[in-house]
Design a protein around this ligand. Sequence first.
Ligand code: GLY
Length: 359
Amino acid sequence: MHLLYQPMNTIQATTYPVHFSDKAYQELNLYLKENTYSSIFILVDDNTFECCYPKFIQRLETDLKIELIQIDPGEIHKNLDTCLGVWNVMTELGADRKSLLITLGGGVITDLGGFVASTFKRGIDFINIPTTLLSMVDASVGGKTGVDLGVLKNQIGVFANPQMVIVDPEYLHTLDPREIRSGTAEIIKYGMTHDIRLFNQIKDNTELNIVDLIHRSVEIKNEVVTEDPKEKGLRKVLNWGHTIGHAVESYFLDAEHKENLTHGEAIAIGMVCEAYLSSRILNFPEEKIAEIKNAIVNIYGKIEILPEDINPIMALLIHDKKNEAGIVKFVLLNDYEDFELSCEASEELIRESINFYIN
Ligand code: GLY
């Protein structure tokens, strides 16, 4: 994928702006001048400390006291123990209600940091600076914060909006291509549900303007979460591909004999299976399920799922926390850009859809 950059307009979410690229740092510095914070805490992990913090700190212009808090990287540390560590350090370093927390990292940092900030002394301000493609187009926008509880993902958390989000695609240079492809799955998702041009550009792999793709994805996510911030209805559309995708992701994570998948790889498989369900339940056109499968296999390769993997994947699907009254609900497509939110599918059809990916 070629990464072409160009400046992008700010996107205004309900209570905060999402600024892009260079202009974002000017906006941040201005914001810090115009507000009366007492100190700034910057939350990083070992990776973003090394790869992103040096650039960020060069661009930050402020006389406020700055404290750096560094945590171990990875989903395994997205838990209350890590929060406790961060709350303790903030307390020892004299954080008060007028302190500001800046999160600099992927989804673990922005989710955990947002939760730490919004619960510390009943809530201090925070600013998200996502550094992975996945967190730029998903986690950093929309106000979901939280941590995992054991194996249960995002089980503890609150809805809380940042004061600002800064999307600087320069940070993507620090990611390996597999991580970029992981975030690309979320962009494909927005494409299929809201703006097919995004999927077409990625599928046809013309010179991709990644900033353009990110900007449009954030615009779409912002439209959705503005209308339904607490996921009562419309926000469920963001789960397209995720119902089966999450089960596949968890299965590969738990199974000792399987190598972990990235979130995007699992969601991509989920979109193939759920396109198949769409064709059987809502008459989604046959030629388009073939198109989706070809594109996904082209981008992510054919991930080996064996017939004996289907039973444990089904078990995880049935126990997913997003199920309502024990019933698995799917977002399905009548066509591209035309979705239905709460569809049901028989167990047999779900098995068939996984077999569709396998064969
Ligand atoms: N990641 C899905 C959402 O924000 O609702």
